[in-house]
Write a protein of this length. Structure first.
Lengths: 114, 113
């Protein structure tokens, strides 16, 4: 079992719809969770971080965390063609800024069709 | 967040040669990492660059092939040694600065002929 698993996709949604991206992780001791967006030919950029169970909203993006189920998701409301990218889920096992490393999923490719 | 630059941005190299990639950050960072990303694939961590000591390599990566330096808190280099076409990839520097969030440099696109 991979440490961080994402739906491989590709995921296609029409413009204006809600895109739902899912991620599960195997280490129950994981502390920090991140979503990155990566456009083709570019490096990953951080969209959201979440540390506590529940929802965290930032504009059109909502991250959801359920530690009991070892599940984290990203919802994109009112999807735009500019949201078309690969979304990477990352998990840290520690809050310690001087130790540990992020484990990344393989990514889900999202296409938003006009 | 820190501003990260990498040099070169891309290169085409011959089999058997070596290339050194530089990563410069505009402020001190706690941790620096080197990743590889092959076309259509996800990120693979090569190593953690440790300031003033040997890097910590992930399984499948060795110092002889990927020597890494980190002389201070803002700079690191990754060398890809004795290159083969299988080393063609994007190499990414990533840093952590006073939080557990990682940020990425723009990447170096390497093609080995």
């Amino acid at each position: 079992q991979k440490e961080v698993e994402q739906n491989s996709g590709p995921l296609s949604v029409p413009e204006g719809a809600i895109a739902s991206l899912n991620c599960t992780y195997s280490d129950r001791g994981s502390q920090s969770f991140f979503w990155y967006r990566q456009y083709s030919g570019k490096s990953p950029e951080l969209i959201m971080s979440i540390y506590s169970n529940g929802d965290k909203e930032d504009g059109r993006f909502t991250a959801q965390l359920n530690k009991a189920s070892q599940y984290v998701s990203l919802l994109i409301r009112d999807s735009q063609p500019s949201d078309s990218a690969t979304y990477l889920c990352a998990v840290n096992t520690t809050h310690n800024t001087n130790a540990g490393k992020s484990t990344f999923g393989d990514g889900t490719t999202l296409t938003v069709k006009p | 967040s820190a501003v990260i630059s990498q040099k070169p941005s891309r290169d085409i190299c011959q089999r058997g040669t070596s290339l050194t990639i530089q990563c410069q950050v505009d402020s001190q960072v706690t941790m620096m990492f080197w990743y590889r990303q092959q076309p259509g694939q996800s990120l693979t961590l090569i190593a953690t660059a440790n300031q003033g000591s040997e890097a910590t390599y992930e399984s499948g990566f060795v110092i002889d092939k990927f020597p890494i330096s980190r002389p201070n808190l803002t700079f690191s280099t990754l060398t890809v040694s004795n290159m083969s076409p299988e080393d063609s990839s994007i190499y990414l520097c990533s840093v952590r600065q006073n939080t557990d969030t990682q940020y990425f440099g723009p990447g170096t696109r390497l093609t080995v002929l």
